[in-house]
Structure formats: structure tokens, C-alpha cells
Design a protein around this ligand. Structure first.
Ligand code: CP3
Length: 350
């Protein structure tokens, strides 16, 4: 049999996600598009983050920049987890160096009425951006994404980034009914945001539950997992064959629960080895990760040693997507990222 024509559906990233043979370990980096790239800083100059996210030509250019520069195996859609919240009418902004800030936090039932359901016609720009991108990317897959209900709820309840998530946990335990209503609404919004991207041609999706690691396993299972499960299972029903990646930070204790919530790929941060992650999830899931983003600042020999270890550990997984354990730090030297891509490809070539 001759090889199928190169296409996103037969790309190393999608194949690894579906536990199929790959020609090499696919690599991409969370936050590969962003401030580490001078070409990004140039096109973003004077344009607020959320305005950039809603301008298809700019989204396309920024998403493609790291693909051109690093030769990564996937593009990640340039957007933000709060874009769908903005689309349903919430007053919010992304403050540089801080993160999303919500003008009026959501803490009561009346507040929840300010958060209507998302419908695809509220985000025509997302459809347009994804279509433009898929046309430009050719065989390189585009990864769509959304924030998971807990991580979104934390921003909404706290009003911005939080160290301890205390108001969020107070609501979760103090008014579980309102908490579940809020998370169910957020699951609807995230689900539509993901499906709009897949309908327009995204070949894989990542659900970011960045702050889930702040929860105990019991809290995760009772108050959060059902809502993430709803997003993931609705997506799988509508888009079979599009691999799902479920990721959080500091989630070593939650890996089995996050895997079983419904995913093909479990994202692993740098605090847990891929070997331990595989063991904790029964070796049944593809893994994504998990280079510590701070190691990109170490001497090349030390970095190379760690990359080799991760590629080796990944060989024991039913599928491995090389990534960082969290996002690229803004002061990272982009040339180091390019070298890591080349190294992973060289080490893993079959
Ligand atoms: O390459 C990519 O990953 C690009 C797409 C992307 C962005 N945000 C762009 C962005 C993705 C996937 C996100 C998701 C996102 N946004 C998450 C989940 C991922 C994670 O890091 O855990 C979270 C928690 C957010 C919320 C958010 N938005 C934060 C914490 C910040 C950083 C604030 C800062 O300035 O340090 C943002 C802003 C943001 N989102 C930037 C980018 C490139 C920086 C804004 C800028 O360049 O001016």
C-alpha cells in the first residue's frame, strides 16, 4: 500500500493522538504563538489582545508564525479561553502581564443571567479564522481549544487571576446548586466554542483546565468532572476521530480522573514523569508533554539530556505528543525552541 497523501487527518499529531504508528514524535508547544517571537510582538504592537483574537487576518498570521519558524507538527489556534465569554457579552479584558480581568464577577444567580448560552452565529470570526488557517496550513493540523468549566469559572468568580481560588471554592461548597448551574452554562459555551472550530476544520482539540490542580481529587470528582465530561463527550459524539487532549497544571493526583473524563490524550505537566503518568492512567491513553518550560533557559547539554529522556519515556506510551509541561515563557529564546523541535524529530525518526 502506498502512503496516503499528506493531510491533517494522517498527520503525526493526529495519528499519535489516535494511538497509530507515526514517522516521528510530533511536537508543538503551548503558547508557541506569543511574546517569545519578535514577529509576534511586531504585529501585535498597539492592538489589544482580545481585539487581535477577533481579527481573522491577524489570528491567521499569528497562528502561522511559530509553524513557519519552528517547523512544529501542529498550529494552535491563536485565541484565548475568555474569547467565548466575551462573545456572549461579558465585559472583560486581558491585561498584559496579568491575564483576564472581568468587570463584574459572577457570584449570584442574577449574575448568571448575564452569561447567556453561546451560539455559533456569535462567533462568525472564529469560523472565518479557522477556515483561513486550514487553507494556509495544508497538511499541518490545527489544534482548536477551549477553557474547561472550572478554569473559566475561577476567572469569572474571582474577577481575574487568583492565587488561591478562595471565592471559587467558597461558591462551590457554599451554593453547590449555583455552582453546578454556572459550570453547566460554561460547559455549553466551551462545547460550542470547540465544535465551531472543529466544524471549520480543526483536526484536534485541547481542553485547558489549567487551574484544576488546585482542587482535591474529591472536589474535582464531585464539582468539576461532570462538567468537563459533558464538554468532552458531546464533542466526541459530534466529531468522532478528532483527538481530544485534556490538560491541566499540577494535576498529578487528578490524572486518572481527567483521563477517564473522556479523552484520547492526557496532558502531563512537568511535575510528573511521563512514566508515572502512564502508570497512573493504566497505559491506555496517549500522553502529551512534558518538558519544564524553565529548562529552555538551561545550557543546551542539560536541555538535550532532558529532551532525550522524555522522548525515551514517550516510546513506552501508546502515543506521545512532545510538548512543554506548560506554556512557553515570554523571555524564552525562540532559537532554542527550534532546536528542540529538530532534536525531537531526529531522536524519534522511525
Ligand atoms: O500558542 C498558544 O498557545 C496561543 C493561544 C493561547 C493563548 N491563550 C494566547 C494568549 C491559548 C491556548 C490560551 C489559553 C489560555 N488563556 C489559558 C490556558 C492555557 C494556560 O496557559 O494554562 C489561560 C489560563 C488563559 C488566560 C490568560 N490569557 C492568561 C493567564 C494570559 C497571560 C497574561 C500575561 O500577559 O501574562 C492571557 C493572555 C494571553 N493569551 C497571551 C497570549 C499570547 C498574552 C497576551 C499578549 O501577548 O499580550
Amino acid at each position: 500500500m502506498t502512503d496516503p497523501l499528506p493531510s491533517p487527518a494522517t498527520s503525526p499529531l493526529v495519528r499519535a493522538g489516535l494511538q497509530q504508528e507515526v514517522p516521528h514524535t510530533p511536537v508543538w508547544f503551548m503558547r508557541q504563538a506569543g511574546r517569545s517571537l519578535p514577529e509576534y510582538r511586531k504585529v501585535r504592537e498597539g492592538i489589544p489582545m482580545l481585539e487581535s483574537c477577533r481579527t481573522p487576518e491577524l489570528v491567521t498570521e499569528i497562528t502561522l508564525q511559530p509553524v513557519r519558524r519552528h517547523g512544529v507538527d501542529a498550529a494552535i489556534f491563536f485565541s484565548d479561553i475568555v474569547v467565548p465569554l466575551m462573545a456572549v457579552g461579558l465585559d472583560l479584558e486581558i491585561v498584559a502581564g496579568v491575564g483576564p480581568v472581568i468587570a463584574e464577577p459572577i457570584r449570584t444567580r442574577a449574575d448568571l443571567d448575564r452569561l447567556p448560552e453561546l451560539t455559533p452565529d456569535m462567533v462568525p470570526d472564529i469560523t472565518e479564522s479557522v477556515r483561513l488557517l486550514v487553507a494556509e496550513l495544508g497538511p499541518t493540523p490545527l489544534i482548536g481549544f477551549a477553557g474547561a468549566p472550572f478554569t473559566l469559572a475561577s476567572y469569572l468568580v474571582e474577577g481575574g487571576p487568583s492565587k488561591n481560588h478562595e471565592r471559587t471554592k467558597a461558591l462551590m461548597h457554599g451554593d453547590p446548586e449555583l455552582w453546578h448551574a454556572l459550570c453547566a452554562r460554561l460547559a455549553q459555551i466551551s462545547g460550542v466554542f470547540l465544535s465551531v472550530q472543529a466544524e471549520a476544520g480543526a483536526s484536534a482539540v485541547q481542553l485547558f483546565d489549567s487551574w484544576a490542580g488546585f482542587l482535591s481529587r474529591a472536589d474535582y470528582l464531585e464539582h468539576v468532572e461532570p462538567h468537563s465530561r459533558a464538554v468532552l463527550s458531546t464533542f466526541a459524539g459530534a466529531h468522532p476521530g478528532v483527538p481530544r487532549i485534556h490538560f491541566g497544571v499540577g494535576t498529578g493526583e487528578l490524572l486518572p480522573a481527567m483521563a477517564e473524563a473522556g479523552t484520547e490524550v492526557i496532558g502531563v505537566d512537568y511535575r510528573v514523569s511521563l512514566t508515572d503518568a502512564l502508570e497512573r492512567t493504566g497505559g491506555r491513553y496517549a500522553v502529551q508533554g512534558n518538558l519544564d518550560p524553565a529548562l529552555l533557559f538551561a545550557p543546551w547539554e542539560a536541555l538535550e539530556r532532558r529532551v532525550r529522556e522524555i522522548v525515551e519515556e514517550g516510546r513506552r506510551a501508546p502515543g506521545h505528543i512532545f510538548n512543554l509541561g506548560h506554556g512557553v515563557l515570554p523571555s524564552t529564546d525562540p532559537e532554542v525552541l527550534t532546536r528542540v523541535v529538530e532534536l525531537v524529530h531526529r531522536l524519534s525518526a522511525r
